[in-house]
Design a protein around this ligand. Structure first.
Ligand SMILES: Cc1cc2nc3c(=O)[nH]c(=O)nc-3n(C[C@H](O)[C@H](O)[C@H](O)COP(=O)(O)OP(=O)(O)OC[C@H]3O[C@@H](n4cnc5c(N)ncnc54)[C@H](O)[C@@H]3O)c2cc1C
Length: 326
């Protein structure tokens, strides 16, 4: 590991100032950053510890929405009664990731900013357009390992997927981030945090230098909504998703009044299946309608020979999850 400076500020203002310098990285739980530093993928000159400045509470606000401090540990979020009761897909998404020990340390903000698990990104002896722009992408070459990678392309240079399970569930619920910089908090829909990667796969989010995620806001729960998260992976636990789905449904009799579908393991960011949602909303809640809608959504996917199986997997997973919800 390379030497680096370490700071542990006691105010957000100090943290933001220390973190705005080129070569600085924030650390929260450290479960991703430290691993990447050991691999040589991340080489910060300065590490700014956020543990004394991040909010640690989960609060229900007057309008029924929920504010989750960015410092809330994954275990505490998954097990909170409000989350388990009103947003079960979120609880399930968190528990489907990592291990108990890691979830006890990992934070809400760090989870959303964890970096891809693409093997080429993590192996500094190999080229990688995300880690070292312009060096190439072995996953896109013939014989490259792309089984776990994206089927929806947001870049010609990189098909890495975003690994967070929590982010998929939060995007399905239209969560917003509270971001802090220059003494001010701004709000940003989580879906807009992740860049399209079209021109620069190395730049994964639109965060400005020094900007800190201080909280996540969940809109108030909707009466009668049911939600679920299902993740398919190579092992039953301790593995990242091949495909996952977060779905939520409200019914009016046999008709779908509202539906939300987000997919994980298929793109550089959580993939909100908006065209499928539009096709399902207002229509009878039948398997045939679900199947047609997600099939149409998947027509824009561009799989590799190695991950073509994700098309059928995503289709079947969405249909079975919606069937279970109704
Ligand atoms: C073996 C293993 C298996 C795993 N399996 C899964 C899995 O199946 N599914 C899954 O979703 N995750 C999985 N994870 C990832 C785990 O969930 C993340 O490592 C964890 O959530 C990151 O949170 P952290 O607080 O430790 O982040 P850190 O490592 O501290 O930080 C991660 C990144 O976020 C930045 N950052 C952190 N907090 C903030 C903030 N508030 N504002 C701005 N920037 C910030 C840091 O600079 C860094 O770039 C796994 C991890 C391991 C080690």
């Amino acid at each position: 590991m390379r030497p680096f400076e370490y700071f542990r500020p006691s105010s957000l203002a100090d943290a933001a100032q220390l973190g705005a310098v080129s070569g600085a990285k924030y650390i929260a739980g450290g479960t991703n950053l430290v691993d990447l530093m050991k691999l040589g993928v991340e080489q910060p000159d300065r590490v700014v510890d956020l543990r004394d400045v991040l909010e640690q509470e989960i609060q229900e606000l007057e309008d029924g929405s929920i504010r989750i401090g960015a410092g809330v540990r994954n275990t505490d979020l998954a097990s909170h009664p409000l989350i388990r009761r009103q947003y079960p897909a979120m609880s399930r998404a968190i528990v489907a990731g990592a291990s108990g020990q890691i979830r006890n340390v990992a934070t809400t903000g760090g989870n959303l900013l964890q970096r891809t698990r693409c093997v080429y990104f993590q192996d500094v002896s190999r080229p990688c357009n995300k880690r070292a722009p312009g060096t190439g992408c072995p996953a896109l070459e013939s014989g490259g390992l792309s089984r776990g990678l994206a089927i929806f392309r947001t870049s010609e240079e990189c098909i890495a997927t975003h690994p967070s399970d929590l982010a998929v569930a939060l995007v399905a619920f239209d969560a917003e981030l509270a971001l802090w910089r220059d003494g001010q908090e701004r709000r940003l829909p989580l879906e807009q945090l992740y860049t399209s990667q079209e021109s620069a796969p190395g730049r994964e989010t639109i965060l400005e230098p020094g900007e800190i995620i201080t909280a996540v806001h969940l809109p108030a729960p909707v009466d009668g909504r049911r939600s679920h998260y299902v993740k398919v992976r190579d092992r039953a636990s301790f593995a990242f998703s091949l495909v996952s789905v977060a779905a939520a449904v409200e019914l009016d009799g046999d008709t779908v009044r509202g539906v939300r579908i987000a997919l994980g393991g298929v793109a550089s960011r959580p993939w909100r299946a908006r065209s499928a949602e539009q096709a399902i909303q207002g229509a009878p809640a039948t398997s045939a309608n679900f199947s047609r809608a997600i099939r149409d959504e998947l027509t824009t996917a561009v799989p590799t020979a190695d991950n073509r199986f994700k098309l059928a997997l995503a289709h079947n997973l969405v249909v079975s999850t919606l069937e279970e919800l109704i």
